[in-house]
Design a protein around this ligand. Structure first.
Ligand code: CRA
Length: 825
């Protein structure tokens, strides 16, 4: 309906000039007109916000053009549905994507500003817990870089993952107020708000054509406000969209309530609605069945499906949906999208059930990210039916038809039908979301070879037998733009000097580094970069946590969420064991390889054992670090609030990567890949993607230890008695006894008693069974590290052989095996 006449209004949108002058002009304009200050009066925050908005100017032309093209060409899109996107800081990535790093640095310098100060001002959006959320962020980066049309859909939590602090060694959570200083990367679109209904009941009616239909009569609703984020590809002019939803009350003022004098009640309704997207649930892989969490899940998928239909199915022909989108379900969190799409197609678009189901089955694929039974989401039917009565009916019907199929396929096997039912009867009638996703999804994938195998053999065994072709694997990956180029400019520079450009978007080219492992000059350069990265880390830790670290130690790093299955306690037993051997004189100081141990881990606030483990780590650190006897050989540091930003400085500095979960428990891991790509050697179990890392880098360059998955299963079956290991291994006994003695708790034996008993009498994740082998593997690490040349050679080979772990490769696998989409030309 626009009839522009001005030539500028008719021309395509353009980017500002790619020059220092052009950049300065845009930056000052932002500062003066948007922040409303002069340069001389501006604060660091004003400058940061203006810089961010300036970089945005360079992206938006491409973004608008991209969006138009996707709409016009009707290209099939990936709709990545994820309750978490752990993005990390945006500025560095946006400067890299637009190739503005140098220009911006110069431009700001000419304004008298050090760009590093502004970079440090950015608060990362912590809209995820750990691996799963970070994976989503890596995937959308890769898709943009590959030019594949994708829209990410998620939740704009007002408070992301909590900020961890330590008070006397104990974790104390602080709210993450990431929005408080402004959010320059987002574009709010209140005019595209979507209504989302909840509660009420369903009823049947006869429509104008005499067809009996069901409708949902909801009891309350909220509005979903979209906030758009640009997802720039790496220097390819491609910009995709991430759309995060924020909940708002439907009407700011409920007039009748308002007029009746209940002003406060009217405003309370608003707060109630806004609660839905207030905070990210901080449980990683162990969801609590909280009603608000189900509200969050339904809220964001209902908004997303409505949004997709409104924006991309412009002719209203919903039967074309499978040609236009594949919705990837990032774990079970968005699985309520399945009955939601059925509801839209059947109740609103008036398709018949079978036609709607045929469409729905093509529109979804499901990624499972776990093997822990407690991480598989189930929703009590009582709760689901109260919140989403129509969806529960739809789930029942999907289940009835599915079970009829199963019974037809296995006529004399009622037990199998019951096992496969989407509805569980015990301990309480509930919906198994993983089963619903498996029944509805066109494909089901695990996130590493071993994980996918165990899904087929164990967690979803009956389903994989029934639909073998439905199951596939896509091993996780990480984006080399953030985790190599941005995090490790030194190493990236060396690689570019050696191989030329192009490797950052074709990571398998790292293989060309192989011969350089034998090149002493290259290894020297490599080792110098590692040292510089350590110095950079130690400066940061000095400034942020006030700890001083020696430069020449082996840097041994374990960073990931705190979980019993990941076994931070095993790492800690190893440290205490070394310490015990020194203070009792069992080993001489000169036999010890000097090491600095770094932990980074948040514990879910309600996870008692995890929090106790944090307290133990900090207590051990305190004693060890203040013991003059070991001061030259042992340091233990636990910087608070491990997040993406800290990871980017920590990982490139590490010598040794700790990936020590009990075999069969870590679905994949992605930190393991980041370390290998930055030239750390891994000590790890045969678990998750470790298996593939070891295969690729070679046994001689990987420190394997511990039970393999079948051995774990066997030991479990025959009965695991951890105290037997304690009784029979004197060093393990001495180690646990030292902790139990109160040595790390000022003589108080009761403090760590629960942790010690848990290890001795329960030890669900078999830390004691693997202790001895772990200690031996660590001795092999020491021996290897003693020969610096061989170590450097192994480190280079780790880099050269890890190109497979680019998330670009993961995306190619998803495209080939699951999505069948095309890049935009
Ligand atoms: N906690 C797995 O445990 C995996 C990531 C991403 C996890 C990791 O091993 O690397 O997913 N699982 O695939 C999960 O979140 C709900 O399950 C994780 O991040």
């Amino acid at each position: 309906s626009f009839q522009p006449t001005h030539p500028l209004a008719l021309a395509p949108v353009t980017s500002p000039p790619h020059s220092v002058d052009g950049f300065v002009r845009e930056f000052l304009r932002e500062l003066n007109t948007d922040a409303g200050v002069t340069l001389s009066r501006s604060t660091v925050n004003d400058q940061y916000l203006s810089l961010a908005r300036t970089v945005r100017h360079y992206l938006s032309a491409r973004w608008l053009e991209n969006t138009r093209k996707v709409r016009e060409t009707k290209a099939k899109m990936v709709g990545y549905l994820s309750a978490e996107f752990l993005l990390g800081r945006q500025l560095g990535n946006a400067l890299l994507a637009t190739d503005l790093e140098e220009i911006a640095e110069k431009a700001l310098a000419e304004c008298g500003i050090d760009i590093a100060t502004l970079r440090a001002q950015e608060v990362e959006p912590g809209l995820g817990n750990g691996g799963l959320g970070r994976l989503a962020a890596c995937f959308i980066d890769s898709l943009a870089t590959m030019g594949v049309p994708c829209i990410g859909y998620g939740i704009r939590y007002e408070y992301g993952i909590f900020r961890q602090t330590f008070v006397d060694g104990r974790q104390v959570e602080q709210p993450d107020t990431w929005l408080s200083l402004g959010s320059p990367w987002e574009f709010p679109h209140p005019e595209h708000a979507v209504q989302v209904d909840f509660g009420g009941h369903t009823e049947t009616y006869t429509d104008g054509d005499g067809v009996e239909r069901t409708r949902w009569v909801p009891a309350w609703n909220v509005l979903g406000m979209p906030y758009n984020y640009m997802v720039p590809g790496y220097q390819n002019g491609q910009v995709n969209t991430l759309r995060l939803w924020s909940a708002q009350a439907t009407k700011a003022f409920d007039l009748p309530t308002f007029n009746s004098g209940d002003y406060a009640d009217a405003v309370r309704a608003q707060t109630f609605a806004e609660n839905i997207t207030k905070v990210l649930y901080p449980e990683d892989s162990t969801p609590q069945g909280k009603e608000l969490r189900l509200q969050q899940q339904y809220f964001f998928v209902a908004c997303s499906i409505r949004d997709f239909l409104d924006r991309f199915i412009l002719d209203g022909d919903v039967t074309t949906l499978p040609e236009r989108v594949i919705f990837q379900l990032n774990d079970t969190h968005p699985v309520i999208a399945v009955p939601e799409l059925m509801r839209v197609l059947v109740d609103i678009e008036k398709l018949d059930w079978d036609a709607a189901w045929a469409i729905t089955k093509q529109c979804f694929a499901y990624t499972c990210h776990t093997l822990l039974p407690e991480a598989l989401e189930v929703w009590p039917t009582e709760l689901l039916g109260r919140l989403l009565p129509r969806h529960l009916e739809i789930i029942y019907r999907i289940n009835d038809e599915f079970l009829a199929e199963v019974r037809a396929a296995y006529p004399d096997d009622e037990l199998r039908a019951r096992q496969m039912s989407i509805i569980a009867e015990y301990p309480e009638r509930s919906v198994r979301m993983a089963y619903l996703a498996t029944v509805a999804g066109s494909k089901v994938n695990g996130v590493a070879e071993l994980h996918s195998q165990l899904l087929r053999d164990k967690v979803l065994h009956d389903f994989s037998e029934y639909w073998p072709e439905k199951f596939t694997n896509v091993t996780n990956g990480v984006t080399p733009r953030r985790f190599m180029r941005l995090a490790n400019p030194g190493l990236s520079g060396l690689i570019t000097e050696t191989l030329g450009t192009g490797w950052l978007t074709d990571l398998e080219r790292l293989a060309e580094l192989e011969p350089y492992a034998e090149d002493a000059d290259f290894r020297d350069a490599f080792v110098k970069i590692k040292e510089a990265n350590k110095t950079r880390l130690y400066r940061l830790l000095q400034a942020r946590d006030g700890v001083a670290l020696p430069g020449h130690h082996l840097l041994d790093v374990m960073v990931k969420r705190l979980h019993e299955y990941k076994r931070q306690s095993l790492k800690l037993l190893h440290i205490v064991s070394i310490y015990e051997q020194i203070i009792t004189g069992k080993v001489a100081l000169d036999q010890i390889t000097p090491r600095t141990f770094v932990f980074g881990a948040k514990a879910a606030p309600g996870y008692r054992i995890a929090k106790e483990t944090i307290y133990l780590i900090n207590s051990v650190a305190k004693v060890v670090n203040s013991d003059p006897l070991v001061k030259d050989v042992l340091k233990v540091v636990f910087p608070a609030n491990y997040n993406v930003t800290l990871a980017e400085t920590l990982i490139p500095a590490a010598d040794l990567s700790e990936q020590i979960s009990l075999a069969g428990k870590e679905a994949s891991g992605t930190g393991n890949m980041k370390f290998a790509l930055n030239g750390a050697l891994t000590i790890g179990t045969d678990d998750g993607a470790n298996v593939e890392i070891r295969k690729l880098v070679g046994d001689e360059h990987f420190f394997l230890f511990g039970l393999a998955e079948p051995e774990v299963a066997e030991l479990q079956a025959k009965g695991y008695h951890p105290h037997e290991y304690y009784e029979s291994d004197p060093q393990l006994k001495a180690t646990l006894d030292l902790i139990a003695s109160g040595h790390f708790s000022g003589g108080d034996r009761s403090v760590f008693e629960p942790l010690v008993s848990n290890l001795l009498y329960d030890d669900r994740f078999m830390a004691l069974a693997d202790f001895k082998d772990y200690a031996e593997a660590q001795a092999r690490v020491d021996a290897a590290y003693a020969d610096q040349e061989t170590w450097a050679r192994s480190a280079v080979l780790n880099v050269a052989r890890s190109g497979f772990f680019s998330s670009d490769r993961s995306m190619r696998d998803y495209i080939d095996r699951i999505w069948h989409t095309q890049p935009l030309r």
